[in-house]
Design a protein around this ligand. Structure first.
Ligand SMILES: [Zn+2]
Ligand SMILES: [Zn+2]
Length: 326
């Protein structure tokens, strides 16, 4: 990676009051137990600046309709706490890559519902896994995804929420683990302006995109820029990985305790291409903390958010290892 070193960062800007360096916003996926607005309260309690939620049970096809009063309460609390952006993650049951007509119809209907809920709540995006091959080649599956999205967009008019295709770990027969897969879907869709992408640090590493060395990091995001482009990136999921580089196994680990390591996250924070993006945790939660509907601190969320804040601060003021590789 023999690229010219960038001009030195103006380190004074990071420490001078009123001249904060622009840095990624930090937040987490929060439970909506008790109602969608409860997730906003949980985010606020943990000092989140951005938030991801499920707008319906992620493992069921049918969700209860959102009540008008709950929508109002959600929107008021989001504005009050300055959370930005707020996105949802679509149900894991949805598979728009499926060639099975029944599953495909059910998936498209569920995706329309996801977008409708997100727009009602004023969300900025709906994160969707591209899906899994049920028959045929990956190429066929990518074409099926693009067709399904076109059909969904034809039914559901544009709102606040962009559909964000998440890069995957490539477990089993899932597609979307190569940047080229995401690019192929974007290229085939008739309304690419309604789409974006979401990257997940655990999935990147598991799919074989190295973040743990300066050269690996540089090569990963050169490939991303060449295929998808940073202008299409709207959300970053920050998760460490229990499984090693190229394992194609999707197991999220606490920040700094897995194969991404603190160095991988420090590189992200230090890279100005990520400065406008939300960094959202999807790390394991503490088990058995109080009643499911209660609003209370989760020690594991606090730990992971704390590590991210420390790394962000370090990236803002320190001479970043590997800055020359950017
Ligand atoms: Zn996901
Ligand atoms: Zn993710």
């Amino acid at each position: 990676m023999s690229r010219a070193a960038p001009a030195p960062r103006d380190l004074s800007a990071a420490t001078t009051a009123g001249h904060a360096v622009r840095m990624p916003r930090i937040g987490a996926h929060m439970s909506t137990a008790g109602g969608v607005s409860r997730a906003v309260e949980r985010a606020a309690l943990h000092g989140c600046e951005t938030l991801q939620i499920f707008t319906r049970n992620a493992n069921q096809w049918r969700g209860r309709p959102l009540e008008a009063a709950e929508i109002d309460r959600f929107r008021t609390l989001v504005a009050e706490h300055g959370l930005h952006p707020v996105v949802s993650h679509a149900s894991y049951l949805i598979n728009v890559a499926s060639a099975d007509p029944a599953l495909r119809q059910q998936s498209m209907a569920a995706l329309v519902d996801e977008l409708a809920r997100a727009d009602a709540l004023g969300l900025h995006g709906v994160v969707l896994h591209p899906g899994a091959c049920t028959s045929g080649t990956e190429e066929d599956a990518l074409a099926l995804v693009a067709e399904a999205i076109d059909e969904v967009f034809a039914v559901h008019p544009p709102g606040t929420a962009r559909l964000l295709l998440e890069h995957t770990a490539g477990q089993g027969r899932t597609i979307g683990y190569r940047f080229e897969h995401l690019a192929a879907i974007l290229d085939r869709c008739r309304s690419p302006e309604r789409l974006g992408v979401c990257l997940d640090t655990c999935h990147l590493l598991a799919a074989g995109y190295d973040l743990t060395t300066d050269d690996g990091f540089a090569a990963t995001f050169e490939a991303f820029e060449r295929t998808v482009g940073f202008e299409r990136l709207f959300v970053v999921h920050v998760n460490d990985s229990k499984k090693p580089l190229g394992s194609r196994v999707d197991r999220h680990e606490h920040i700094g305790r897995g194969f991404v390591g603190e160095g991988g996250f420090l590189r992200l924070f230090a890279d100005p291409r990520f400065e406008r993006l939300p960094f959202l945790l999807e790390t394991p939660k503490s088990k058995d903390i109080g009643k499911p509907n209660a609003i209370e601190r989760d020690p594991l969320d606090e730990e992971n958010l704390g590590v991210l804040r420390r790394l962000r601060a370090a990236a803002g003021v320190d001479v970043v290892p590997g800055a020359g590789a950017r």
